[in-house]
Design a protein around this ligand. Structure first.
Ligand code: NDP
Length: 243
């Protein structure tokens, strides 16, 4: 994918799972990356693992619940490279529970990371991308943004919201390509945040069929590699066996 050579990409949630795999693929294809998450040690290890690559990868500690952190992440890319071609809003949490368990703290975390974090990302890049008259915003939603399941009410609500605001962005900003990636079960650390043991065990069982994060990362890279006049609006990617 030579088309990725020299692209300036910012990605959140780069310390594990889909984010880390995406960093690997994009860096191997010559993109320049500014990568954010809270766990800097994991991102540093990822960069070491990349070895010799053409592109540069800059690590920046980022908590997406803090608007100032995301602004600083984007500013780092603009200061270093002078423009920003792609923002991948990937950071997310999935502490599933029944509403009756009233795990309000976890509801708030999901709203803060999965929804407000994405909005802060959009807020930080929309001005620069409008000035450039180009850009690409890729939001990681989920098949949980297409349907609802018990224990997933709040998670699904955040992912439905990500799809809704992505469609609004697409309609409002014709110069900015807008892509939603909606995966099914992907083999990552995502279920680890489930605090209820029974729900956690049931989810881990369901995740036996999960696809690898590399496949999702490849789909992200593919949308980026399309010609500038092609806007891939959504990819739904899941295990064949997942209903
Ligand atoms: P992981 O748990 O492996 O990765 C989640 C990433 O989000 C980590 O890098 C984590 O970094 C980051 N993150 C969490 N909270 C914050 C925060 N406050 N600030 C910055 N970064 C944060 O899971 P996945 O790779 O699976 O998740 C990536 C995305 O994919 C999420 O949006 C998720 O909802 C979505 N998704 C995943 C599916 C799956 O089955 N795995 C299916 C559908 C969608 P750190 O903790 O270092 O901050």
């Amino acid at each position: 994918m030579n088309d990725l050579q020299g692209r300036i990409v910012v990605i959140t949630g780069a310390s594990s799972g889909i984010g880390a795999e995406t960093v690997k693929i994009l860096a191997q294809h010559g993109a320049h990356l500014v990568i954010g998450a809270r766990r800097v040690d994991r991102m540093d290890a990822l960069v070491s693992e990349l070895g010799n690559i053409e592109g540069q990868v800059i690590v920046k500690q980022t908590d997406v619940t803090k608007q100032a952190d995301i602004d600083s992440l984007i500013r780092t890319a603009l200061d270093k490279f002078g423009r920003i071609d792609v923002l991948i809003n990937n950071a997310g949490l999935m502490p599933l529970s029944f509403l009756s368990q009233t795990k309000v703290d976890e509801w708030e975390q999901m709203i803060d990371v999965n929804l407000k974090g994405v909005l802060y990302g959009i807020a930080a890049v929309i001005g620069p991308m409008k000035l450039q008259q180009s850009g690409h915003i890729i939001n990681i939603a989920s098949i949980a943004g297409h349907s609802v399941f018990a224990t997933g009410s709040v998670y699904c609500a955040t992912k439905h919201a990500v799809r809704a605001l992505s469609e609004g962005l697409r309609q409002e900003e014709p110069h900015i390509r807008t892509t939603v990636i909606s995966p099914g079960a992907v083999d990552t650390e995502l279920p680890n945040a489930i605090s209820d043991k029974r729900i956690g065990a049931a989810t881990q069982e369901m995740y036996q069929q999960a696809i690898s994060a590399t496949k999702v990362a490849e789909s992200i890279a593919w949308t980026m590699a399309q010609p500038a006049n092609v806007d891939v609006n959504e990819i739904v990617i899941r295990p064949v066996s997942q209903s």
